[in-house]
Design a binder for this molecule. Structure first.
Ligand code: URA
Length: 425
């Protein structure tokens, strides 16, 4: 009997290398035993020198990238048998004993169950992490996932929350503080002082797979909270902007705010920090809100487009206006935010926001500073984008335009005062 020792529960790199090796060497599934290393002294499997007959030409291993992704998902299932099941599938596919299209094969049925269970748990975890990230009081999330899903969600967690955080689970600890690292779970090591952290990308932390859950329209429409919506938006691939950007920057703020502010798209700072309006334009906005008597914590702040669109100029990233296709692709998120927050007033900051909401060509000069009826009970208010104020060439026009911007926000404050008073009574 041959034994393969994996470095950890989701050591996909070792599982895959060993499976390739033994499948091609013709080692029968029943001749192979799989286990996960228990102590650091356990010797993890590495490819032995060719001690088995070389592969027959007819037995080339050609699994599609998509199917390899499915295997990586299934490996996260909390079932000690999974390594055998997956090896058996790989062996039988390679030796012509199995068709991937077979619906009745017990191994493939098991594979489907693993994947469905892992995906469901991934969604649950993502929603919990998203809600945890939306509040800023704690930086440790205690989680007890039913499957080994934490590592595969490391990228998701880093994108959803750029501040420092830690996830503690019985089988694993995972932490981000400028770098990602892993340590034993709370069931294995209880005392903080005994923890031995290992950096991502080094040693055994090279070969786990990453979960990708691109949302469909149903996922967007069925989200019941803004945190759920934000969790689902992280893997959005509806337009090309996701690729150069660091992350999806979702809206944030009071879940049932009376005012929703809609900007254009995240800038460089927002892309890095994962929050809307935290850069120079955000500073102007914060000042103007304060001068208008509004408290940002009581508003909901978002953008028409959730990814940063830029071009490189040397080492600097220069803002590019979003194109109509980007605005259209992202509208589904803005509409879902409106459905959940149900603001009484939607303040559109600049032309992009106004065109996304009103869905027609808009000029700021003609539409600003007055209430516009939108669907349902919501009113709209168009004003300038705060970055317009930053671009004005002279101090006089800056002051004049800033005062007009504050006036528009005061109008917003006055309009919603009636609803906020009613809420308090
Ligand atoms: N400009 C925007 O429109 N939104 C931001 O979040 C930042 C700058």
């Amino acid at each position: 009997m041959l034994e393969v020792v994996l470095a950890h529960q989701v050591d996909f790199a070792t599982w895959r290398a060993a499976s390739r090796h033994y499948v091609l060497a013709g080692v029968l599934p029943q001749s192979l035993r799989w286990r996960v290393a228990v102590t650091p002294q356990d010797i993890v499997w590495s490819a032995p020198s060719m001690d088995h007959s070389p592969a027959q030409p007819s037995q080339a291993l050609t699994l599609s990238r998509r199917f390899v992704g499915v295997l990586g998902e299934a490996l996260q299932a909390h079932d000690p048998e999974r390594f055998d099941v997956l090896y058996r599938i790989m062996y039988r596919l390679t030796h012509g004993e199995l068709e991937l299209t077979s619906r009745s094969d017990p191994d493939l049925q098991q594979l489907r169950q693993y994947v469905l269970a892992v995906r469901a748990e991934t969604l649950r975890f993502r929603e919990a992490f998203s809600a945890f990230s939306a509040q800023r009081m704690h930086n440790v999330l205690h989680s007890a996932p039913a499957h080994y899903i934490l590592e595969a969600n490391a990228r998701y967690c880093m994108e959803r929350n750029a501040r420092s955080w830690r996830v503690e689970a019985p089988y694993r600890r995972m932490e981000w503080a400028g770098g990602l690292r892993f340590a034993a779970g709370t069931d294995v090591v209880r005392k903080e002082d005994d923890l031995q952290w290992q950096a991502d990308g080094t040693g055994i932390w090279r070969g786990y797979s990453l979960s990708l859950l691109p949302p469909n329209r149903k996922d967007v429409e069925s989200a019941a909270t803004v945190s759920m919506l934000a969790a689902r938006a992280m893997d959005c691939r509806a337009c090309a902007l996701w690729q150069p950007a660091s992350r999806t920057v979702f809206g944030e703020g009071a879940e049932h705010a009376t005012i929703m502010l809609v900007g254009e798209q995240p800038g460089d700072q927002e892309d890095q920090q994962g929050r809307p309006f935290v850069g120079p334009a955000g500073q102007v906005l914060d000042n103007a809100l304060r001068d208008a008597g509004l408290n940002r914590d009581q508003l909901y702040v978002t953008n028409a487009v959730k990814h940063f669109h830029f071009t490189w100029n040397g080492t600097r990233r220069l803002h590019q206006k979003p194109e109509a296709g980007h605005i259209d692709a992202c509208r589904v998120w803005l509409e879902a935010e409106r459905r959940l927050v149900q603001p009484k007033l939607l303040v559109m900051l600049g032309v992009t926001a106004a065109q996304s909401v009103l869905q027609k060509p808009v000029t700021i000069a003609r539409s600003r500073s007055r209430l516009l009826p939108l669907e349902g009970q919501t009113q709209g208010l168009v004003t300038v984008h705060p970055s317009y104020l930053l671009r004005l060439p002279d101090e006089d026009s800056k002051q004049r335009e800033y005062a007009r911007f504050v006036e528009d926000l005061r109008l917003a404050a006055q309009y919603v005062a009636q609803f906020d008073a009613a809420k308090q009574n």
